[in-house]
Ligand binder design. Sequence first.
Ligand SMILES: O=C(O)[C@H](O)[C@@H](O)[C@H](O)[C@H](O)COP(=O)(O)O
Length: 260
Amino acid sequence: MSGTPQLVVHRDKELMAQAAAARLITKIVDAQAARGTASVVLTGGRNGNGLLAALASSPARDAVDWSRLDLWWGDERFVPAADPERNYTQAREALLDAVPLDPARVHAMPASDAGYEDADSAAAAYAAELAAAAAPEDHGPVPSFDVLMLGVGPDTHVASLFPEHPAVRETQRTVVGVHGAPKPPPTRVSLTLPAIRAAREVWLLAAGEDKAKAAALALSGPGEIQAPASGAYGRARTLWLLDAAAASELPRSLYPPSSA
Ligand SMILES: O=C(O)[C@H](O)[C@@H](O)[C@H](O)[C@H](O)COP(=O)(O)O
């Protein structure tokens, strides 16, 4: 488990998205140089898609060898494949359709019309796909993701793990079906905290005034059941990427003077 979360605060959400995109490019390029491949978990939502859009327009975009990148999702709305609300669809629009990925290495979570009886069986199928991709050196049922990104909800949810909901309490399974989610749509598929914690690095994205209370709560050390974002940490690093608005209720001592 990584130690204390690191925080970087940027002037505004646009700069945060651009800086996070540059950071992700560098992380992927370094992983590919070191191991010949890289593995990243994407997140839905405005901040997650904003980062992907910034990456799409980055001049350094094609420093990444897109053919040697595995993409996974932290969660997905359990809706039909054609539904524009799918995180996968929004990621394609923001970036994926513009870069030469290997389709076999883009691991979308199942849509509700993919043939699975319900979100729970879709979750089990995704867990099996993750387990099949894990190598012996991963020492667990999911690959050691280089970076796992999570947007932070105003209630401190991450992926589709909502405060006090059953999914955030899961300690064994790596992927679960979510029912009655307070953020529509109500039915989802989500990685669990144990799966999230298998990542080398976990990056939490929080930009905008509406995230200020969530950031302050999650970083003040509450339980992960009440504040799921506080339970999202990586094996080597946990990084919060914020803008000034989302950091506005943090104790100033919590983030480094270099942030701007
Ligand atoms: O399926 C989803 O909705 C997302 O995965 C969700 O976890 C999102 O990242 C947060 O709700 C933050 O969303 P915003 O960045 O839009 O606030």
